[in-house]
Design a protein. Structure first.
Length: 315
C-alpha cells in the first residue's frame, strides 16, 4: 500500500466524484480509479459503492476512511518533523581540528563565536586524531565545513589547501618553541644546541603530523646545527608535552600550549628566540559550499577578526 492511495481515497470520499477527486489529487481519472482499485485489492474489500450517485462508501469504506485519515495525518506530521530535524542538521556547521587546537581554540574562541552568530557548530571528535593529510580530504569530500589547522609553506601535507577551491582566514600568528623540563634546582634540564658528545634527547613528532616537516626544515636551516638524538615520536603536541614534562627530553611545542607552564615554572624554554619557528593558525572552508549557514558565519568571523586586528583574510 502506498501513502498516496490513502490521500486519493480521502479525496474521493470527500468529493464523491472520481473526476473531481482526480483533479484535486492532480492525476488523471483513470489513474485515480486504478489506485482506488489497487487499494481495495490490498484491503480485500470493496470500499466504494460505484452504483450510487453520487458515489458512496461501503460500510467497510466508512471504517477505512477513519483509519486512512489518521494514517495520513500521522504520515504528514512525521514527515514535517523529519524535515525540521533535517533543517536543523543542515543548519549546523561541522568543524574539524587537531587535538591541540581543539584544546586552545574550540571552547574559548569558536563556540563563543557560534553563540554570537547563532549558528550551531558540531565538532567531529574523530578529527583530533587525524593525520595532517586527512584534513584536506575531509574538507574536499564534504565530511566537514570548517577546518582549523596550522599552516606554513613547509607543511607539505596541507598543500592541497592552496587550491583555488579553498579560502581561509588567518586566525593568528603562532610560534613553535623549544621546551624542556626543570631540574630540582629550577634550572632547564636541557639547553640547545647540545654537543656532539652529549646530544640532547629529542621528543619528535611522527612523520605524518602537521609539525614534523616544518621542524625538520627549520632545524636544517638553523645557523647552528642542534645536536639531537630522537628517542620518541608522537602524533600530538599534548603527548610531546607530556614526555617533555616528565624530563625525557627536549621538543618543540606551540607557544600557546606552554605559556601557562612558563609562567608557573613547570616548563622552560630550551633555547633563545633563535630556535623559535613561526607559523600561522588558519581557518579553511570550501568556497563553493552550499551550506546555507556557512557564508554568514564566515563573513561574521572575517569582520570580527579584522576588527580586532588579529588576522588577514584571503580568497
Amino acid at each position: 500500500m502506498e501513502l498516496r492511495w490513502l490521500d486519493d481515497f480521502i479525496a474521493l470520499a470527500r468529493t464523491r466524484h472520481f473526476s473531481r477527486a482526480a483533479e484535486e489529487c492532480n492525476v488523471t481519472q483513470p489513474t485515480l480509479s486504478r489506485r482506488i482499485k489497487l487499494l481495495e485489492d490490498e484491503m480485500g474489500v470493496t470500499l466504494i459503492d460505484r452504483n450510487t450517485l453520487p458515489l458512496s462508501l461501503t460500510p467497510a469504506g466508512e471504517i477505512f476512511l477513519a483509519g486512512a485519515e489518521s494514517m495520513s495525518r500521522i504520515a504528514r506530521d512525521t514527515k514535517s518533523q523529519c524535515r525540521e530535524i533535517r533543517k536543523q542538521v543542515d543548519s549546523r556547521l561541522r568543524f574539524a581540528t587537531t587535538q591541540t587546537l581543539y584544546l586552545l581554540f574550540y571552547r574559548n574562541w569558536l563556540m563563543p563565536a557560534s553563540e554570537r552568530h547563532e549558528i550551531p557548530i558540531d565538532l567531529n571528535l574523530n578529527s583530533t586524531s587525524w593525520a595532517a593529510s586527512d584534513f584536506v580530504a575531509a574538507l574536499t569530500q564534504g565530511q566537514c565545513d570548517l577546518v582549523l589547522c596550522y599552516w606554513h609553506p613547509q607543511i607539505n601535507f596541507i598543500q592541497g589547501f592552496d587550491d583555488p577551491e579553498f579560502e581561509y582566514l588567518v586566525v593568528c600568528e603562532e610560534e613553535l618553541v623549544p621546551v624542556t623540563a626543570l631540574s630540582e634546582d629550577n634550572k632547564p634540564l636541557f639547553q640547545l644546541p647540545g654537543t656532539s658528545r652529549q646530544p640532547l634527547p629529542y621528543i619528535s613528532y611522527h612523520a605524518s603530523s602537521f609539525l614534523r616537516p616544518l621542524i625538520d626544515h627549520a632545524l636544517q636551516k638553523a645557523p647552528e646545527a642542534p645536536n639531537l638524538l630522537t628517542i620518541n615520536e608522537n602524533m600530538l603536541s599534548v603527548s610531546v608535552k607530556a614526555m617533555i614534562k616528565e624530563g625525557f627530553g627536549v621538543g618543540w611545542l606551540p607557544k600557546r600550549l606552554v605559556n601557562e607552564n612558563f609562567a608557573y615554572n613547570s616548563l622552560a624554554p630550551a633555547g633563545d628566540a633563535r630556535w623559535n619557528i613561526p607559523l600561522q593558525i588558519r581557518l579553511y572552508r570550501l568556497k563553493d559550499s552550499h551550506r546555507a549557514t556557512l557564508d554568514p558565519f564566515w563573513e561574521g568571523m572575517r569582520e570580527e577578526l579584522n576588527t580586532v586586528g588579529l588576522i588577514e583574510t584571503h580568497n
